[in-house]
Design a protein around this ligand. Structure first.
Ligand SMILES: [Zn+2]
Length: 273
């Protein structure tokens, strides 16, 4: 017998809960009011507290890369909840039970959630990002930040350029859930690189206002990042010229040499205040 249409169970709306940890990390709890999946639980204590406060049952752990502030809470969470641990296949994370590769689909039926996996090496060799296409969410870990990008610890500039290009090609309305509240310091640098960018000037005012009220600046979105984040905008003539006039890039480097230009910009940021 077929179920009458009015009895079809509605898919519960999913929410992303912000769980602050350490000094400036954000851990993300995706939930439907009953079940939850956590992204990058560097610390178990605030995650367990949030699960309890909202009466949520953990069904999965999702990891973007191997750094301790992203995986440190996994053993303690597993002592409370026997759940699968999804993570990059090539980042050597012992706790991972479900290793993931580019374009794999993580299906979490309890939440009615599908996440597509993107390989985004650069910060680490195996760093991955998760895209919830239906919800227009991106969990970018330490690859794309609000107004910035992660440091190149294990990968090359060419890899990071390809990784950021991949993320920038997501739909403009995609919310960017990155793992740190680095936005104001990122935007200070961005204004040094692009002092005349109106969208960037306006963003700085808006984000300063949020921080003054202790409101997270994350999530951001892809459209905002494309208009204000120098690490997605480094091919702009004005930025290449700025890198050359400030002697962060040799005048002999071609404006087409994306990895060299990106590397010069990243190096400038590494040494910026
Ligand atoms: Zn990291």
């Amino acid at each position: 017998m077929t179920m009458p249409a009015h009895q079809t169970p509605a898919t519960p709306a999913l929410t992303v809960l912000t769980v602050p940890a350490f000094d400036d990390n954000y851990l993300w709890l995706i939930h439907d009011g009953v079940h939850a999946a956590v992204v990058d639980p560097g610390d178990a204590t605030p995650v367990l507290a949030a699960l309890e406060a909202h009466s949520l049952r953990l069904v999965a752990i999702l990891l973007t890369h191997h750094h301790a502030d992203h995986v440190g809470g996994v053993p303690a969470l597993l002592r409370h909840w026997q759940v699968p641990v999804y993570g990059p296949a090539s980042d050597n994370i012992p706790a991972v039970t479900n290793p993931l590769w580019e374009n794999d689909l993580v299906q979490l039926p309890a939440l009615g959630l599908s996440l597509q996996v993107l390989d985004v090496p650069g910060h680490t060799r195996g760093h991955i990002a998760y895209v919830a296409a239906e919800q227009s969410w991106l969990f970018s870990g330490d690859t794309l930040f609000a107004g910035g990008c992660g440091r190149l610890f294990e990968g090359t500039a060419a890899q990071m350029v390809a990784s950021l290009d991949k993320l920038a090609s997501l739909p403009d309305n995609t919310s960017v859930y990155c793992a740190h509240e680095y936005t104001l310091s990122n935007l200070r640098f961005a204004l040094e690189v692009e002092p005349d960018n109106r969208a960037l000037q306006q963003r700085m005012v808006a984000e300063q206002d949020k921080r003054a009220q202790r409101i997270p600046t994350v999530p951001s979105n892809i459209a905002l990042e494309k208009s204000t984040n120098p690490f997605l905008r480094f091919r702009e003539n004005s930025i290449v010229t700025r890198l050359k006039t400030t002697e962060h890039l040799s005048p002999s480097i071609s404006n087409q040499d994306s990895p060299r230009i990106f590397a010069a910009l990243r190096e400038w940021k590494n040494n910026y205040r």
